[in-house]
Design a protein around this ligand. Structure first.
Ligand code: ADP
Ligand code: MG
Length: 683
């Protein structure tokens, strides 16, 4: 008969350590958290050989009273739960009182600590859980804990340690998480004798983010802030142009604690749906603050996961906050070096306010309605607008243009080598003012290149490089949803790209990707609203399918119906298509069905209805959109470009590819040598 025995405390601690102290980085995490809980202003972490040889954390926090030192390394002893109720509204990082005991049971530990009141410090050594008597020592206020020979008495665990570089990587990650969560604490990381990070305290979270991830990330941050009185979400989402192949750059802090939460990661993915390519993950730095009683942090050994009392509410708040922010942000892909963070993150915001990035000419140019520039009456303008919108909605034949619109001289995409008139597609403001921004004016006007060319050339010279289909008329600037003056004129190159501009530079649009996105948004609106227009077949068309296709078709009958594809089983491997979306009239019903089934099958087993619908919308939008290679008429180009402003997320196609590339005017100026040393531009 086996006998049951009560385990000795040291073995209990080693077992506990097995859960919490997995590797050197776990020690680092626990020690750093204790320093934060102690109210430290400055925390220094020193490691040797990836922490396998030595880890030391020193802080200037409240210190530990000499009488309490032994309790600090005893299991289930903590200063952080003053009464039995406090477990249900934890406000500190630690509360279980077992970390120091666990670490001390599997290492050589030296604790030195002094409180502000004490005249001198006290030290305590523990070797594999065996505690030496407390002894006085000289030390500054605060606590320093040094760990050597980690896992010396648990050989199996020691064997599982990876190379010092790998362990160091995990430590740096633990340090990063804590330093990101606490920007007001001065944090220093030293590896051997090399200072890796020395991060002074800061009020600006961006500074910390930049210190770890550099300008590429910090300049693409889109600030977020929302508060419903209970749940506050703040921090940054990153422009989709900066993404990663995994979700490790999704930093989520709940009440100051780094956590991983699958549901919130999913919310993040949903928010970026259609903005990123498959397999790419957004970068984000989110802080969620909720009342402590709305979350249980006591469900995971390392407190890396938590349980919310109302997870659904937090999920939708995160999703809403991000979506709402993205709708007011222009995320067109930028080409060339990143711009300053104010410009990059506030591209949209800037154009609405003082326009820090735009020249005064542009910022103050009145946003005249399209029609008034062309001398159209409001009614003419409205009908013109409506017909082009309809065209882009349905992909049907293009509308005919009013005579007064066709009468405008086509612009010249690449007129000779002119200076300020070089691009006849400059915004209206530029027709009346030099096309150079004030900051660069002296260098530019001094440029011999500009003086000898350009301005003399008439702007309205007929274009000799633009064919009739490639030319567009200049409707002047219109006002985009973001408040800035945006010109919708553009021209087509290689029958696949549209070149246009906004007030800050040149935009190259992928015609298929943009049209696909517009149709996708349009169809989605319809499916969610009054329903999609369908074409009912007089004679239902029999389509024969593979067994897999047939199963998928019948399983998804209802979803197919919602996008206008009505089917009935017909016996054998055949189904009857009774109706299908009107905008796919150029395809055969069989083709439409098979394409849709492909996307249903691709959506995987038991897809959520929302995902399925989304797949179908993608397929329909893709099939109905104009293709690369389709030659567009001028009015089609204008219409398509106008739509960019009417729908959400038109900067990316539904598959997450960018629909447009942006070349800032500064960047173009730089590339042409018009910015920088005076001599260069003229040489
Ligand atoms: P917990 O953090 O869950 O309370 P620990 O085992 O990590 O458990 O620490 C035990 C106790 O030791 C803490 O409650 C705290 O009172 C004290 N302590 C640990 N580290 C420090 C420190 N750096 N500064 C001040 N007190 C500390
Ligand atoms: Mg602790």
């Amino acid at each position: 008969m086996p006998t049951i025995r009560q385990l000795p405390p040291n073995l209990i601690n080693q077992i506990a350590a097995g859960e919490v102290i997995e590797r050197p980085a776990s020690v680092v995490k626990e020690l750093l958290e204790n320093s934060v809980d102690a109210g430290a202003q400055r925390i220094e972490l020193t490691i040797e050989k990836g922490g396998t040889e030595r880890i030391r954390v020193s802080d200037d926090g409240c210190g530990i009273d000499p009488e309490q030192l032994i309790l600090a390394v005893t299991s289930h002893a903590t200063s952080k739960l003053p009464d039995d109720e406090s477990l249900f509204h934890v406000g500190t990082l630690g509360f279980r009182g077992e970390a120091l005991a666990s670490i001390a049971s599997v290492s050589h530990m030296l604790v030195r600590s002094r409180t502000a009141e004490a005249g001198e410090g006290a030290e305590l050594r523990v070797r594999g859980g065996v505690i030496d008597p407390v002894a006085p020592c000289g030390c500054p206020c605060g606590t320093s804990i040094e760990i050597r020979n980690l896992f010396f008495n648990t050989p199996v665990r020691r064997k599982f340690l990876r190379t010092p570089q790998t362990e160091r990587g995990h430590i740096v990650e633990a340090f990063t998480r804590l330093a990101l969560a606490n920007p007001r604490i001065h944090m220093v990381l030293t590896n051997g004798d090399k200072v890796v990070y020395d991060l002074p305290p800061t009020e600006r979270w961006v500074d910390r983010i930049e210190a770890f991830f550099g300008g590429e990330v910090s300049e693409s941050l889109i600030p977020l802030d929302s508060d419903d009185g209970q749940i506050r979400i703040s921090g940054y989402a990153c422009d989709p142009a900066v993404s990663r192949g995994n979700n490790r750059m999704q930093y989520l802090f709940l009440n100051g604690r780094f956590i991983r939460d699958r549901a919130l990661q999913h919310a993040l993915g949903e928010a970026y749906r259609g903005l990123l390519m498959v397999g790419r993950f957004p970068v984000s730095f989110l802080r969620v603050t909720i009342p402590p009683e709305m979350v249980d942090v006591n469900v995971h050994p390392c407190k890396l996961e938590v349980r919310f009392t109302d997870g659904g509410r937090i999920y939708s708040r995160v999703l809403q906050t991000l979506r709402h922010r993205f709708l007011s942000t222009d995320m067109t892909m930028r080409v060339g070096p990143a711009e300053s963070s104010a410009q990059a993150s506030g591209h949209a915001a800037a154009s609405g306010s003082s326009g820090s990035a735009a020249s005064p000419n542009e910022a103050s140019s009145p946003a005249e309605p399209v029609g008034s520039v062309l001398g159209m009456s409001p009614a003419q303008e409205a009908s013109q607008r409506q017909s082009v919108i309809d065209w882009a909605r349905t992909g049907s034949t293009s509308p005919s243009l009013p005579a007064n619109l066709t009468g405008v001289a086509p612009f010249r995409p690449f007129p000779g080598s002119s200076g300020s008139a070089a691009m006849n597609i400059a915004p209206a403001a530029d027709h009346h003012a030099p096309s150079i921004s004030p900051g660069t004016a002296p260098a530019d006007s001094a440029s011999p290149w500009q003086q000898t060319t350009g301005d003399a050339e008439p702007q309205s010279a007929p274009g000799d490089m633009a064919g009739p289909g490639e030319a567009a008329t200049d409707p002047g600037p219109a006002t985009g949803p973001l408040g800035g003056a945006i010109s919708h004129l553009g021209f087509q190159v290689h029958n696949r790209y549209l070149v246009t501009q906004d007030q800050r530079g040149m935009v190259v649009v992928d015609q298929h990707a943009l049209h696909e996105r517009i149709l996708y948004e349009r169809i989605r609106e319809k499916v969610l609203g009054e329903g999609i227009e369908t074409q009912r077949l007089l004679v239902p068309e029999p389509v024969s399918l593979t067994p897999a296709e047939q199963t998928a078709a019948l399983d998804a009958k209802e979803v197919l119906g919602r996008v206008g594809i009505e089917i009935e089983p017909f016996g054998g491997d055949t189904v009857l298509v009774q109706s299908y979306p009107a905008m796919l009239a150029n395809l055969s019903p069989g083709e439409v069905l098979r394409q849709s089934l492909e996307s249903i099958i691709a959506a995987g087993k038991d897809p959520e209805i929302r995902d399925l619908l989304d797949h179908l919308l993608h397929t329909i939008a893709c099939k109905a959109a104009i293709k690369a290679g389709d030659r567009l008429a001028a009015e089609e180009i204008t219409s398509l470009l106008e739509q960019r402003d009417l729908y959400q997320d038109t900067h990316h196609c539904p598959h997450g590819r960018p629909t447009a590339l942006f070349f800032s005017r500064d960047e173009l100026d730089r590339m042409f040598g018009r910015l920088g040393p005076r001599g260069r531009a003229g040489s």
